[in-house]
Write a protein that binds this ligand. Sequence first.
Ligand SMILES: [Zn+2]
Length: 183
Amino acid sequence: MAVLDVVLWPAQVLETRATEVSEFDESLRRFVADMHETMHDSNGIGLAANQVGDLRRVITMEIPWAARDAEQDEEQFAEPKEWWHDKKFTFINPVITKKAGKFRYQEGCLSFPEIFEFIDRAAEVWVSAQDEYGKSFEIHATGLLSVCIQHELDHIDGVVFINRMSRLKANLARKKLSRAVPT
Ligand SMILES: [Zn+2]
């Protein structure tokens, strides 16, 4: 396994739609393992293939329970453990088949260091996807799992989270990034 380089915005690959995976071979499984390792190494809870410069519709996720940022409020620590905490997920060719409710969460992104902003998403999503062997599965996601899936699915559609912010917030984020990252 290998830790891959995480691509930072404004790389073009982050705003390009990834294409469906049709080959479920050893090289795909190696890539999935590398994505999990990269996500772990970067302390991320979700990663899309675009973020490591690859345009396949592959997402990895793993949301630790009770291991939140110090910046987040204490209520997060009191959150009950859900079935999806501490579980490794790999979604290949994921599709959201149904959404319900509204949920607002302060999101961050490995491709936007230091940017954290509240984004409106659906509270619950039903997702169909394939695993790294091509086997189909479905899940019903709530809470942070639901937020994370929607954020990562945007990535493979070439949509970054500043596209979901108000124009004012997005401009502030762009300014902050242009100061931090020499272009
Ligand atoms: Zn992201």
